[in-house]
Design a binder for this molecule. Structure first.
Ligand code: PA5
Length: 447
């Protein structure tokens, strides 16, 4: 079984012929991703990544995770932001118990830092770590990103104070560029175990590199199954697969056609709270890849049915510039049946004996029908089950579709020039050496 795509409920808004008219481009752009003949072609290392990960590499990641775990860690702190954060967070949350923080587990609880600059977050994290056994994975491809560098500076001092410099080295892993950047230099000087982020894999496409794999393995999950799922999706979306059978190419075509028809906002919908961060990962993937040159679908997300009681109103009746892509999970892992209640004061006896998931599925179907009636086209990605293998399929499916879709939009899906603007201002405001001129200018602007 595989994940599948159903776009039938977009057909009242766009025609099958208009979708089919993307066939030639979709196939051409898919091939270009493999042949590296179009824009951003020095960042296409992710395209064949799943099928090219060696067994030795997986063993190295697993052995490193096992060595850390042998220290009986309560907590693993993963320091990183953006593409060096969201992939691991998405996979770990999807696979973890909903109440993971209260579980007694052999694997450490994985928590994150360096994904914000909140002083309270760091202060409270430091207090938490004081009484715990912990280790740190610090991740930065450039090795110079302010948020993780700042958090790591604070946490490094604490871990050295707690365990001594020598033992701290055994508890820190760095994931960074092979040679460039401050983190590489620091790791070399301190003697940390390191993993390399390949040059040709950008942050938002890096979850299947050590950026994601180390933390996922440390959390106790099966990275081989994750990679296998991605590898199978790599085969199923390869340039040899024609448009009619290639769900990544179809998803790219449908969303671009909807965009052309004025549907400028895509909402990724889940009915399972474990997928909340998968949507955050997806938003970065599409937002950073497509939102440029004054173009791009705005990627957003909702958690249903929770958000049906908040954003549901807008989606049903607000401005008609939306379409939805539902992540629909076929099988749940657990059973809760609705009990019969003699008094039936809540009038729910008509549900007695049913699975709660059946109610969830009817909420999903009912919502899809209502939203389509309300003018919101609907795509549906069906996922047999939330496990490592299908998450691997989903990751590669969305990555491949993103590459094709970005080329359809005629942008470079693999750069992110726009993320520099805030950094320049922040450094000017903080009076970073080298920014004297910018500091002067920004101060004038603020007068
Ligand atoms: O996708 C991207 O390139 C960004 O989101 C980066 O991953 C993010 O800015 C973190 O960069 P780095 O890993 O260099 O610290």
């Amino acid at each position: 079984e595989n994940i599948s795509l159903d776009f039938n409920r977009t057909l009242g808004f766009i025609s099958q012929e208009s979708i089919d008219s993307y066939k030639a481009d979709a196939e051409k752009f898919n091939l270009a991703l493999h042949d590296k003949t179009m824009r951003g072609n020095d960042f296409l290392g992710w395209v064949n990544l799943p099928s090219s990960i060696s067994n030795e590499h997986i063993e190295d990641v697993e052995a490193t995770a096992a060595k850390l775990s042998a220290k009986k860690l309560d907590i693993l702190v993963v320091v990183g932001i953006g593409g060096s954060y969201l992939g691991a967070k998405a996979v770990i949350d999807a696979l973890s118990n909903n109440f993971q923080q209260f579980q007694d587990t052999d694997a450490p609880h994985v928590i994150f830092a360096g994904q914000n600059i909140s002083e309270d977050y760091l202060a409270e994290l430091r207090v938490l770590l004081q009484g715990k056994e912990y280790g740190i994975v610090v991740i930065s491809k450039s090795g110079t990103t302010t948020e993780p560098a700042l958090a790591f500076r604070v946490l490094k001092k604490d871990i050295e104070d707690k365990y001594g410099k020598e033992e701290a080295v055994n508890r820190i892993i760095a994931v960074t560029d092979a040679s460039k950047g401050a983190l590489r230099q620091l790791a070399t000087e301190e003697g940390y175990k390191t993993f390399v982020i390949p040059d040709d894999v950008g942050g938002r496409f890096s979850v299947l590199t050590p950026v994601g794999l180390i933390a996922i393995a440390c959390a106790g999950f099966d990275i081989r199954a994750l990679i296998n799922g991605a590898k199978d999706m790599e085969a199923q979306t390869s340039p040899e697969v024609k448009f009619e059978d290639n769900i990544a190419a179809q998803y790219a075509a449908v969303r671009n056609e909807l965009y052309k028809k004025g549907k400028k906002i895509e909402i990724l919908v889940n009915y399972n709270p474990k997928l909340h961060y998968f949507a955050e990962w997806w938003k970065q993937l599409y937002g950073e890849s497509e939102g440029k040159e004054g173009k791009g679908i705005y990627p957003s997300s909702v958690d249903f049915s929770s958000d049906l009681h908040s954003m549901g109103q807008y989606i049903q009746e607000g401005e008609r510039t939306l379409f939805e892509t539902v992540l629909s999970v076929k099988s749940v892992d657990n059973t809760v049946l609705v009990p019969k209640d003699e008094a039936n004061l809540d009038s729910l006896n008509f549900l007695a004996g049913k699975h709660v998931d059946e109610v969830n599925k009817m909420a999903e179907l009912g919502t899809v029908l209502a939203h389509v009636d309300g003018g919101v086209p609907n795509l549906r990605v069906e996922i047999p089950k939330v496990d490592e293998y299908y998450l691997g399929q989903m990751i590669y499916f969305f990555e491949k579709a993103c590459g094709i879709s970005g080329y359809m939009l005629d942008v470079n899906p693999f750069d992110q020039p726009g993320v520099e603007a805030y950094k320049k201002n922040m450094f000017a405001l903080l009076e970073k050496p080298g920014y004297e001129q910018a500091t002067e200018e920004i101060k004038k602007k603020l007068k």
